[in-house]
Design a protein around this ligand. Structure first.
Ligand SMILES: [Zn+2]
Length: 200
């Protein structure tokens, strides 16, 4: 008997909304959360996010191994990134991933993204004024999750805004709640879109 935390349904509602905003074309992206018992649930591989439901989450351990009764199901190929975020930032409860187009365009051939003067920078944690200069790291894409984890570990200080970009791929955001993670996702998408139009 599979039982899903009540939050899974609320989370799936949000994922469908994000899909309609262009964050997850062609079954891409992946999502996870920790339930009240600190168990990790990650979205399974290959699902159409326009139809995401509570039953599309799989219970995994801290190393990404699927646990009963989900052993026969395949978690997202990027589950290792989720595990790395929970390990590095233990207060994390929700992780979002996006393949939104403008961050991919704006991050092309960059190692770091700079934002300064935008009101929406205040959507990032601990930012209270548009005067701050925000720098978000861009890591090379890889199918080897350990490569991305190595970049995360060597740039931990740069991850204080709880978002990083992967070149020609997409970005990850996380937070202590869905509210916080979604706020950062929307802020980062907006800043990349505005910056792209202002610089091209
Ligand atoms: Zn991805």
């Amino acid at each position: 008997m599979k039982e899903f935390p009540a939050f899974a349904a609320e989370f799936a509602d949000c994922i469908r909304v994000l899909h309609h905003q262009g964050h997850s074309p062609a079954t891409s992206t992946n999502y996870s959360f920790k339930d009240d018992a600190d168990r990790i649930w990650v979205s399974r591989s290959g699902i159409d996010k326009s139809r995401c439901s509570a039953e599309d989450f799989i219970h995994i351990d801290e190393y990404g191994k699927t646990l009963a009764p989900f052993e026969h199901m395949t978690p997202s190929a990027e589950t290792g990134i989720h595990c790395a975020i929970y390990e590095m930032f233990p207060e994390t409860r929700v992780i979002l991933h996006s393949h939104d187009l403008y961050p991919v365009l704006f991050a092309h051939h960059k190692n770091t993204l700079h934002f300064e003067g935008f009101e929406l920078q205040k959507g990032f944690p601990s930012v209270s004024t548009h005067h701050d200069e925000i720098q978000i790291p861009v890591f090379p894409n890889s199918q080897v999750m350990h490569d991305i984890k190595s970049h995360m570990e060597s740039h931990k200080q740069a991850l204080r805004y709880q978002v990083f970009m992967i070149e020609k791929h997409g970005f990850y955001t996380w937070g202590t709640s869905l509210f916080e993670a979604k706020r950062i996702l929307e802020s980062f998408s907006y800043l990349c879109k505005a910056s792209w139009y202002l610089t091209t």
